[in-house]
Write a protein that binds this ligand. Sequence first.
Ligand code: F6P
Length: 543
Amino acid sequence: MKGVRINETAAWQALATHHAALKERHLRALFAEDPGRAERFAAEGAGLFLDYSKNRITAETMRLLLALAEERDVAGRREAMFRGEKINETERRAVLHVALRAPRGTRIEVDGRDVVAEVHAVLDRMADFAREVRNGRWVGYKERPIRNIVNIGIGGSYLGPEMAARALGAFADPGLTFRFVSNVDGADFAAASAGLDPAETLFIVSSKTFTTLETMSNAATARRWIVESLGSEAAVARHFVAVSTNSKAVAEFGIDASRMFGFWDWVGGRYSMDSAIGLSTMIAIGPERFAEMLAGFHAMDEHFRSASPARNLPLLLGLLTVWYNNFFGAETLGIMPYAAPLARFPAYLQQLQMESNGKHVALDGGPVAWQTGPIIWGEPGTDGQHSFFQLLHQGTKLVPCDLIGFCEPLSPFAHQHDLLMANLFAQAEALAFGKTAEELEREGSPAFQTPFRVTEGNRPTNVILADRLDPRTLGSLVALYEHSVFTQGVIWSIDSFDQWGVELGKVLAGRIIPELATDAVPVAGHDSSTRALIARYRHRRGR
Ligand code: F6P
């Protein structure tokens, strides 16, 4: 048995005792007894405002959670990350996504090399290329300017770029079309390439490893699509660029080193949307706005590093996640952006949080005896209100939610913005305070309906408000969650930066692929269920 027992520490035990006393208290009572609650439980930084007053907490809860952070040395670990220490222990790597947005001239060293200078060298090359594409100087094989950009990548090499393309659509060059291919299902490539003129289409093959099955299969299909339609292998040089850490594999694919934009092993895939993986974002919004996005990330990095613990947004958000996950037994966390352009933000956060903190072994190699990362899910409001919010209001499960909104509209249909935001505020209010039988009866509810209409309330939410959804704000918002995830990982004593759990499935798929290639290959070595499924598929696939 290994040593770490975070659930036996004084800070953890104090929280458990406190939880037992607090768990029955209703937010109605907590608000009634403290007129200053909204101000007390609010914090602001890097352009984001966090109202966390509608959580099932008191000042004592926060004192105890901050004591837990201190006992777990979140600050020390944070500094180790910023210094470039190899805090990704299972892969012996530094974790330096913060270097991706460090201002030019800052020094952060990994193995004696200043990585910030390297980051800016790549950003400069990206900017040159993005400008060439945007102003039409980069032409395809048939001398036609590029109008369509297709990012091929999966996981961290896809979710950030796709999320950002939607989120920042209002800032994108309207003359360019952006598509994303991730799934190995050929239907995904078919849909992404439908209606595009190959002569005007640029593929960005994004893969940290340049070995990922899905991406390499789609890249090969795209290559065929270009070569067959444009009639020459030589077209590849004008229609493909790569973003990767694996220059050898990129060269083997046929992409020249001058058309490869690199990054480094100290950037985790799910922490890479602000690296060269963001090339499609930069082409869409331009290098200047991309720099604003990086400034937003950096502002939150600085806030995380320097704000006092009680006002520190990522720290608070991370600790509140621990509070519900470990003391209330909440299994999930809902992310509800009240902004249609953030439609893919929950999916982005799914990878960020679940691939980072879905771990069952502590850093010392022993099994954890406490819950780790919650299940992340969500949809934009108000859509969710008309589907699953019923369960949030009246179901039997506790589902803490983050509601994210913006004070200024970005669309030309600004008059609808107040309706959107009214719904955000209303949901937070309804979830917290609910409606009692007495209130319903006073309002004339028929007696037979009253019990069904009661909403208990006491459902916790964080409300995150920013002025507007622009590149800078998006950077701050993503960094907020990155550092919240980091905080949780330190509390749980896990490595938030590896992802060994995804390997087994890849190995098994690699074994099954040849068994599907031809019926002549015997299907052996699996369990009876897998064998029968493969046999049924081979028999019925219609080939
Ligand atoms: O399989 C999981 C994963 O390794 C993610 O961590 C990563 O973001 C994704 O696959 C894509 O990997 P790559 O960028 O190397 O293609």
